[in-house]
Structure formats: structure tokens, C-alpha cells
Design a protein around this ligand. Structure first.
Ligand code: SRM
Ligand code: SF4
Length: 563
């Protein structure tokens, strides 16, 4: 058969339009952190992949949804590898502590509308044990879900515009922000729009669902209430430079590893912020350690890379240079460190005549009944919204002056207080041994008992944070509390190591160990003694942080240990 070969195409080069088009295509590909070689067949994975990386490559955990449905049909628990995969849908199988799931949500910025709160309450009541907790990432968890109910729980959460996707394992966790964003009279900029936009980007782009390890991002708008952003892998903070507002970006926070995020040395325009953040995350996705889970956090990459190298890699993806400016040249927005202030209590908003009420939730535990009543209160007297905080409490915004007393009374009736002076409101406790396999102590129960005891014994005029964690993973960040309690076991007995003087933001410090191995039975009395001695020895009006900062450890042990 005669075959005629096609005529060679005469090359006349690209037209200017073609060149412009191709330049756009290449720039777009580069901005996504990809190369054209990415479309070539991937090389076979090495034999010695660590289990987590192998499991992810064998079946993308988001593609394991069918298995969730399949298991539901037979009410079957997940097999070992699916325990890991199901965390991509926010489902944590609690074995060996409990044979059921915990569902962790994503609530960008902690902002919950009342219709969502009601549906979560009803879901918790009808399909779980009814135990709901507010987490240290301004988020909800509900638990003791049977495999048969998982698809319905996920459906009901998604039906009100919330998600569980990426809430656990190697993903970007719930985005947090200053809980008073948009209403704080002192803030430089409302960060909520940036949070919501980034949350949408993450939810909708599968390349953000395979990080080397967990990853935290927090936004702070320069107002009175922090988002403890410097404890995150990325901490974004609004600053002033001359008359203009910019963001600074700090990288590598992980307080369990005693690391605070370090400033990257650049000013970022608000219009460019999310693009820059996406590039920063992609540098980690490409370069984070995937062969040793203990060295896989961003902090670990930054132990081996100078910040300047990280910045250069980020700029390569962006395709432009960022404005280098030393931290000292930016003004922090507010006199935060001077004002003893917590998120609890009643405060005027930037919107005249409106207020936000910070509400203390004992140990972050809230029942479906309380959730429904809170939704009613926020509908009747607020704007149909609440904001969860990283201190496991919540805020009701937009309450007119005339309704404050009514709202406080209604909240008190269901067991919630709004007084800043209460120790109870400043207590944060991780999940503990009722549900967590790592826990060495019953943190939540001890936190409740401690709060009740101290509120009877002592009146404080300055807010104090007490953080209880049940193991060194530090989910309740004991190193940043004014007082940090780390649960452990000595000869089978639950005890706590006591740390003092931790802080964040302007008061950034890793707590120092004051006492070791304090038994649970003497914990309440020891804390009472510490706080009473602080009140006795402090200078007038001095905060606990300032007091501890002023003394070396030996002196603190002597003063705070006085009986
Ligand atoms: Fe956490 C693992 C609970 C915030 C550091 N954390 C766990 C697991 C999933 C244990 C497990 O693998 O089974 C716990 C689930 C128990 C349960 O049933 O609830 C757990 N972590 C929590 C929560 C619920 C504590 C709480 O009571 O509020 C918080 C959920 C936040 C959320 O809504 O997304 C929670 N965990 C944190 C935080 C704080 C934060 O992210 O802002 C940290 C970082 C603390 C810090 O500053 O360093 C944190 N969790 C860890 C780690 C240690 C990671 C590391 O790099 O060393 C683990 C263990 C791991 O990932 O391997 C862990
Ligand atoms: Fe569990 Fe430890 Fe985290 Fe507490 S700090 S929730 S005990 S992993």
C-alpha cells in the first residue's frame, strides 16, 4: 500500500499572540508548582516507602469514600490502613479506647451560623453519643459514631455548608483567625475574607490533600484578641507600615516542639496575601520530609533550610520578588501587651452600639441542648452567628447594648459565664484518656474539677490561662499557658508536671517547669498555692506572665512554692 507522508510544516516561528498565550500557560503551570514533566508517567515508587506514604499512594484517601459507604452497609470497623485514610474525611476511629468514630469538622475562622449550629446539635443528638467538644483550633468534634452512621453524619454536615474533609492527618487543618475579626475596634484589617477564600481554595484543590504531615495556618488582624498565630506552621499577622496595612508571614511554629513561627522578613500586600500563602504551602508540599514522620513538620524543614532559601523557593513559584523589610520596621497594630484582656467578657465593637460577649465553656464541652439554646440566643439578640475560639470557648457578636444583661442571664441559665475574672474560663484541656489513645491522664475531668475548685478559692483581677495536655503531643499547648500542666504517669499513677510563664505574640515564651510529678489528688491545692503566692508577691497590677518573667526558676520555685 502506498502511504503518502504528510508535508513537513514550514516553521515560521510563533506569532506574538501565540507567544503571549504560551507564556501565560507556562507561568500558570509554574505558579502551581508543576512542570510539564509532571504529566509524564510517574516513576515507580521506591520499595522502602514509609507506611503512611505508601498507603496514600496506593489509594488516595479521598477516593476511599466508597469504603466508608461499604463499611456502613455492614456496620464494619475500618481496617488498619483505612483508619489512616478515613481521617481525610475527618473520621477518626478511636480504637483501642473506643470502637467508634470521632468526627472532626472544618470551620474556617471558627465562624458558625446558627442554622449550622442547630443542625450540628441535631446530628450529634441523633447520630452520636451527644458529646460535642470545641477544640483548640476553634472547631467542633463529635463522637462515638457507628460505622453505619458515618455517611449520614458527613452528609448532614455538608448539607449546611460545613466540611470534615482534610480535618486530620496530612492536611491543612482548620484555618483559625482572631475570633473578633471584623468587629474589633482595634484591628488593622478584617482577616475573615482571606480565611474564607483560602479555605475555599484548599477544599477545592486535591493537591492540598497530600502534605508530608499536618499543617496549621492562622490569621491575625492586629486587634486585641490573638489567634496564637505564632504557634502555627504559618502565622499571618497584619501590621502597619507608614499609612499602609500589610501582612507579615511567620513560619514553622509547633509549640510541642518548643518552636514559635519565625518571621520571613517580608511585607505582603493584602491583595497578594493568599497567592503568597499558596506558594509557601506548595514549597512545603514539594520539600517536606516524607521519609521520617518525626521530622516532617515545616519546622523540621526550616531546621535545615535558612529562611532566605525558603523565601527564594516561594518567589520562584510566585514568579515575582517579595518586599523584604525587617520586622522592626513594621508597627504592630495595637497596645495588646499593655492591656490585661482576654476574649471573655463584654466588649464594645467597632460598630457603634454593638458588643461581643466572650463566653466560657467549661473544658470546651457543650451539649446539643446547649448548642440549640445558644443558637436561639444568637438569633434573638445577636446576628445569627457565633465564633469559636482556640481557647475552647465562643463569642456571640453583634449584641446591642440594651440586650447585654438579658443575654448574660440566658447564658448563665444554661451553665455558661461571661466573666473574665473566672479561672474556669481560662482553662484549656485536650481530649484526654476518655477517648485519646495517647493520653496519660483524664485532662477534661481534671480541668473541670480544677476550675470549680479555684473559682471558689480565689478571685483574680487578671486573666490567667491554664492549659492541660495529656501527653507531649501538646494538643492544648501547655508550653504557652500562663500555667501549663502536662499529664504523665509515675508508677501507674496519673501525675502532672507544672510549667509557668508560657506566652504567645508579644509575650512569646516557652513555659518553664516549676514542679514535677504532682499527683492528681494534690493538683488543685498546688495550683491554689501557686496563684495565692503570685497575688502575694507580685507588684501592684502585675500579670502572671510579667511576674514569672521577672524571676529566675529557682526564685519562682521558692516564692510560688511557699506554704
Ligand atoms: Fe492534636 C494527634 C486531638 C489540636 C498536636 N490530636 C491528635 C489525635 C488525633 C491523636 C490521634 O492520632 O489519635 C487527638 C485526637 C483525640 C480525640 O479523639 O479527640 C488530637 N488535637 C486534638 C484536639 C481535639 C485537642 C482538643 O481537645 O482541642 C485538637 C483538634 C484541633 C482541630 O480542630 O483541628 C488538637 N494537636 C492540636 C494542636 C493545636 C493546633 O493545632 O493549633 C497541636 C499542635 C500543638 C503545638 O503547638 O505544637 C496538636 N495532635 C498533635 C500531635 C503532634 C504533632 C507533632 O508535630 O508533633 C499529634 C500526634 C501526631 O500528629 O502524630 C496529635
Ligand atoms: Fe491526645 Fe496527647 Fe493530644 Fe491530649 S495532647 S489529645 S492526650 S494526643
Amino acid at each position: 500500500m502506498n502511504r503518502t507522508l504528510p508535508e513537513p510544516v514550514a516553521s515560521t516561528g510563533f506569532t506574538p499572540e501565540q507567544k503571549e498565550y504560551l507564556a501565560g500557560v507556562f507561568a500558570g503551570v509554574a505558579a502551581r508548582g508543576q512542570r510539564f514533566s509532571d504529566v509524564e508517567p510517574a516513576p515507580a515508587p521506591p520499595e522502602d516507602l514509609i507506611p503512611e506514604e505508601r498507603i496514600k499512594r496506593e489509594l488516595h484517601p479521598l477516593d476511599a469514600y466508597d469504603q466508608i459507604v461499604e463499611n456502613a452497609i455492614n456496620n464494619k470497623p475500618p481496617d488498619k490502613e483505612d483508619v489512616f485514610r478515613f481521617k481525610w474525611n475527618g473520621l477518626f476511629f478511636l480504637t483501642p479506647v473506643k470502637d467508634a468514630f470521632m468526627a472532626r469538622l472544618r470551620i474556617p475562622g471558627g465562624v458558625v451560623k446558627t442554622f449550622q449550629l442547630r443542625e450540628l446539635a441535631n446530628t450529634a443528638k441523633e447520630l452520636t453519643s451527644g458529646y460535642v467538644q470545641i477544640t483548640t483550633r476553634a472547631n467542633f468534634q463529635m463522637r462515638l459514631i457507628q460505622p453505619k452512621d458515618c455517611p449520614e453524619v458527613l452528609h448532614r454536615i455538608q448539607a449546611v455548608g460545613l466540611h470534615t474533609r482534610g480535618a486530620g492527618a496530612d492536611n491543612i487543618r482548620n484555618l483559625t483567625m482572631s475570633p473578633t475579626a471584623g468587629i474589633d475596634p482595634h484591628e488593622l484589617i478584617d482577616v475573615q475574607p482571606f480565611v474564607q477564600r483560602l479555605a475555599q481554595t484548599i477544599i477545592n484543590d486535591r493537591s492540598f490533600y497530600n502534605l508530608p504531615r499536618k499543617f496549621n495556618v492562622a490569621f491575625e488582624g492586629g486587634g486585641l484578641i490573638s489567634s496564637v498565630e505564632d504557634t502555627n506552621d504559618i502565622g499571618v499577622k497584619a501590621v502597619k507600615n507608614g499609612e499602609d496595612i500589610f501582612f507579615r508571614i511567620a513560619l514553622g511554629g509547633a509549640t510541642g516542639h518548643k518552636a514559635f513561627a519565625r518571621d520571613l522578613g517580608v511585607l505582603v500586600k493584602p491583595t497578594e496575601l493568599n497567592k503568597v500563602l499558596v506558594a509557601v504551602i506548595r514549597v512545603y508540599i514539594t520539600n517536606g520530609n516524607r521519609s521520617d514522620r518525626k521530622k516532617a513538620r515545616l519546622k523540621h524543614l526550616l531546621d535545615t533550610w535558612p529562611l532566605e532559601k525558603y523565601l527564594t523557593e516561594t518567589e520562584k513559584l510566585l514568579g515575582w520578588k517579595l518586599q523584604r523589610t525587617p520586622l522592626e520596621k513594621s508597627e504592630i497594630g495595637n497596645p495588646k501587651s499593655e492591656i490585661p484582656h482576654s476574649h471573655l467578657g463584654v466588649y464594645p465593637q467597632k460598630q457603634k452600639g454593638l458588643n461581643y460577649l466572650g463566653v466560657a465553656v467549661p473544658a470546651g464541652q457543650i451539649t446539643p441542648k446547649q448548642m440549640i439554646r445558644v443558637a436561639e440566643i444568637a438569633d434573638l439578640y445577636g446576628s445569627g452567628e457565633i465564633r469559636l475560639t482556640v481557647w475552647q470557648n465562643f463569642i456571640i457578636p453583634n449584641v446591642p447594648d440594651a440586650y447585654i444583661a438579658t443575654v448574660q442571664k440566658a447564658l448563665r441559665k444554661i451553665g455558661f459565664d461571661t466573666q473574665q475574672s473566672l479561672v474556669r474560663g481560662g482553662i484549656v484541656a485536650c481530649t484526654g484518656n476518655s477517648f485519646c489513645k495517647y493520653a496519660q491522664s483524664n485532662t477534661k475531668a481534671h480541668a473541670l474539677a480544677l476550675g470549680d475548685y479555684l473559682d471558689k478559692k480565689i478571685a483574680l483581677d487578671t486573666p490567667i490561662n491554664i492549659h492541660l495536655t495529656g501527653c507531649p503531643n501538646s494538643c492544648a499547648q501547655h508550653y504557652i499557658g500562663d500555667i501549663g500542666l502536662l499529664g504523665t504517669k509515675v508508677r501507674g499513677e496519673e501525675v502532672y508536671h507544672i510549667f509557668v510563664g508560657g506566652g504567645f505574640g508579644a509575650n512569646q515564651a516557652v513555659g518553664r517547669q516549676l514542679f514535677a510529678g504532682v499527683s492528681v489528688t494534690s493538683l488543685n491545692a498546688t495550683l491554689e498555692q501557686i496563684l495565692k503566692n503570685f497575688l502575694k508577691h507580685r507588684q501592684p497590677g502585675e500579670t502572671f506572665r510579667k511576674f514569672t518573667e521577672r524571676h529566675d526558676l529557682g526564685k519562682l520555685q521558692e516564692l510560688l512554692g511557699e506554704s
